[in-house]
Design a protein around this ligand. Structure first.
Ligand code: FES
Ligand code: FES
Length: 166
C-alpha cells in the first residue's frame, strides 16, 4: 500500500513503485486536472507543487515521493478557484483550449509565492511551460497583474509580439 499527502489529505492506494506520480494523481487518485503532454519534463502540463516547489510529475516515480511531502494539484490550490492567480487568469481570459493551463497556473502560483514582484527575467526563468495555443503574452500579463493586484487595468498591459499593446 502506497501513501501520499495530496491536497491536505493522506491518501492510500495501490501502485507500482516506478509509476510516474502524474499517473498516480490521475488514475489512482482521480485528480484529472493535472495533464499529460510529453512525458519527458518538456511541456509542464503535469506540473504540481511538492512542498511548494513546482515539479513535473511525469518524470517523478512514485518511489521518489514520501508521505511527508505535501503535494498540491490544481484541484487543491483553492476550494473555489479564488487563488489570486486563478482570479487574474479569469479576468484576463488567459486560457484558449485550456489544456496547458493547469500546469501554467501551478508554475505561476509557485513563482508568485517565491517572488511576489517578479522581474521579466524571473518570469522567463519560471515559466518554461509550453502552450500550443500561444497564450504566452496573456500568461505574462496575468503574472504581472497579479503582482499589482490590479484586475481592472490588467488587460491594457498585454504587450504583443509586434510591440502593440491591447
Ligand atoms: S507531461 Fe510532464 S512535462 Fe510534459
Ligand atoms: S491554452 Fe491551449 S495549449 Fe495552452
Amino acid at each position: 500500500m502506497a501513501k501520499l499527502n495530496v491536497n491536505g489529505s493522506r491518501r492510500e492506494f495501490e501502485a507500482e513503485a516506478d509509476t510516474p506520480l502524474l499517473w498516480v494523481i490521475r488514475e489512482q487518485l482521480g485528480l484529472t486536472g493535472t495533464k499529460y503532454g510529453c512525458g519527458i519534463a518538456a511541456c509542464g502540463a503535469c506540473t504540481v507543487h511538492i512542498d511548494g516547489v513546482p515539479t513535473r510529475s511525469c518524470i517523478r516515480p512514485l518511489s521518489s515521493v514520501t508521505a511527508n511531502e505535501k503535494i498540491i494539484t490544481i484541484e487543491g490550490l483553492s476550494p473555489d478557484g479564488s487563488h489570486p492567480v486563478q482570479k487574474m487568469w479569469t479576468a484576463l481570459d488567459v486560457p484558449q483550449c485550456g489544456y496547458c493551463q493547469s500546469g501554467m497556473i501551478m508554475a505561476a502560483t509557485a513563482l508568485q509565492k517565491a517572488k511576489p514582484n517578479p522581474t521579466d527575467a524571473d518570469i522567463d526563468e519560471a515559466m518554461t511551460n509550453i502552450c500550443r495555443c500561444g497564450t504566452y503574452n496573456r500568461v505574462r500579463a496575468a503574472i504581472r497583474a497579479t503582482a499589482k493586484g490590479d484586475t481592472k487595468t490588467a488587460a491594457l498591459n498585454i504587450q504583443h509580439a509586434d510591440g502593440s499593446v491591447a
